[in-house]
Design a protein around this ligand. Structure first.
Ligand SMILES: Nc1ncnc2c1ncn2[C@@H]1O[C@H](COP(=O)(O)OP(=O)(O)OP(=O)(O)O)[C@@H](O)[C@H]1O
Ligand SMILES: Nc1ccn([C@@H]2O[C@H](COP(=O)(O)O)[C@@H](O)[C@H]2O)c(=O)n1
Length: 216
């Protein structure tokens, strides 16, 4: 029997990694977890409790008490949730609380697809297929701006670009599980690709990696 097919998809905000990961999962019939939603849900829980995002203890308690139903909240897609997520994700104690759930998901016997910032480095370092999806900050900001304004959020492009740059710096610069490309992750720059082209490129990367790893 061959090893389970685990696909780790990492990259910065609005690079399109979630779109790619979800489509890979549907194509392969694998379960999919958007791990950013976990941090978004914790951040929103802290904000809704009137708490301070820098309060490590409170954020860690919210992470410990997180219910999976919370991931269905449409507010998690919003700008406030993205910023709050990056703030609580900074705390190692929060990351520790969310670790087991993610590792268990990645360890399912039939395989899985996960996307985030530390999937290929921390959550599933032995994944046979790893992608690091990126795009220029301006391209990502435009995608995010279209997404946010499309759902009715009034925000200008420059604000979204500033958010993206700040979030990139915080996510890549933190000590705990920083956003980084795993040494064995294949880089996929989607700056000049539409969604179909990006998915096709990702599918080819997966097919090559599967063949190299001898996975059926
Ligand atoms: N290659 C692409 N070309 C144009 N738009 C794209 C592309 N990939 C994704 N998008 C759009 O950009 C937005 C962000 O995509 P997506 O949610 O996949 O990014 P992400 O990297 O998972 O973001 P986050 O880190 O915030 O979870 C969505 O509206 C999506 O439809
Ligand atoms: N594995 C992960 C996933 C996410 N984060 C943090 O959450 C923020 C929101 O993530 P999105 O993918 O939904 O944009 C992100 O900026 C990270 O700070 C993380 O640390 N690790």
């Amino acid at each position: 029997m061959s090893a389970p097919l685990v696909i780790a998809v990492d990259g910065p905000a609005a690079s399109g990694k979630g779109t790619i990961a979800a489509r890979l999962a549907a194509w392969l019939g694998l379960p999919y977890l958007d791990t950013g939603l976990l941090y978004r849900a914790v951040g929103m829980a802290v904000l809704r409790a009137g708490g301070d995002l820098d309060d490590t203890g409170l954020a860690a308690r919210m992470a410990r008490d997180l219910k999976l139903e919370a991931l269905c909240d449409p507010e998690l897609i919003g700008r406030a949730a993205g910023e709050a997520a990056s703030r609580v994700a900074f705390h190692p104690e929060v990351r520790a609380e969310l670790l087991k759930l993610q590792k268990d998901f990645a360890g399912q016997p039939g395989g899985a697809v996960l996307d985030g910032r530390d999937i290929g480095t921390v959550i599933a370092p032995d994944a046979p297929v790893k992608l690091y999806v990126t795009a220029d900050p301006e391209v990502r900001a435009r995608r995010r701006w279209l997404q946010l304004t499309g759902r009715g959020e009034a925000v200008d492009f420059e604000t979204v670009l500033a958010d993206i740059r700040k979030r990139d710096a915080r996510d890549a610069g933190r000590d705990a599980a920083p956003m980084t490309r795993a040494h064995d992750a294949v880089l996929l720059d989607t700056s000049l690709m539409d969604i179909e082209a990006a998915f096709d490129a990702a599918r080819r990367i997966v097919e090559t990696a599967r063949a190299e790893a001898g996975l059926s």
